[in-house]
Design a protein around this ligand. Structure first.
Ligand SMILES: Cc1cc2nc3c(=O)[nH]c(=O)nc-3n(C[C@H](O)[C@H](O)[C@H](O)COP(=O)(O)O)c2cc1C
Length: 133
């Protein structure tokens, strides 16, 4: 077992790509935060906007790794409506206090990374293949 666990949620693949880059650089264990019913299409996007705006904590599936076993838990997810993606909120509330140390990363279209009420410690820009401009 490794001493770093990356737990990420991704609806469209951007956050997964960043999580995989972090794993490649660190050799961390990795786990996807998954919901019982994956969000898809327009219905998925509208539901995501509501859940984030209302700060809902949707159900997520149990993970295969125990965050308490790791020295560092890295939690990642997209920004939805200038807030944490709702499944990330569920995961963070459930697990962040169990881990010895916690780091967060997020991906966004351009606005909202200050979800903790202050700017991120580090910010980097990536161009995703799906972006045309
Ligand atoms: C429902 C929804 C709401 C979003 N809200 C924001 C936002 O408020 N600010 C922003 O910069 N990007 C926003 N985005 C863009 C995503 O944060 C961005 O594309 C992210 O990289 C998606 O990650 P994923 O591909 O791992 O799901 C939103 C995307 C979705 C689907």
């Amino acid at each position: 077992m490794n001493d770093i666990l990356i737990a990420y949620y991704s609806m469209g693949g951007n956050t997964r790509r960043v999580a995989e880059e972090i794993r490649a650089a660190t050799g961390a264990d990795m786990e996807e935060i998954r919901e019982p019913k994956p969000r898809r299409g327009l219905r998925g996007v509208v539901g995501a906007l509501f859940d984030a705006t209302l700060r809902r904590r949707p159900a997520i599936l149990a993970g295969a790794h125990a965050p308490a076993d790791y020295d560092l838990l890295v939690i990642g997810g997209p920004i939805w409506a200038s807030r944490l993606a709702a499944p990330v909120r569920t995961f963070a509330e459930r697990n962040a206090t169990q881990a010895k140390k916690v780091a967060f990363f997020c991906t966004e279209g351009g606005k909202g990374a200050d979800v903790a009420g202050r700017p991120p410690r580090r910010a980097a820009s990536f161009r995703c293949p799906s972006q045309s401009t």
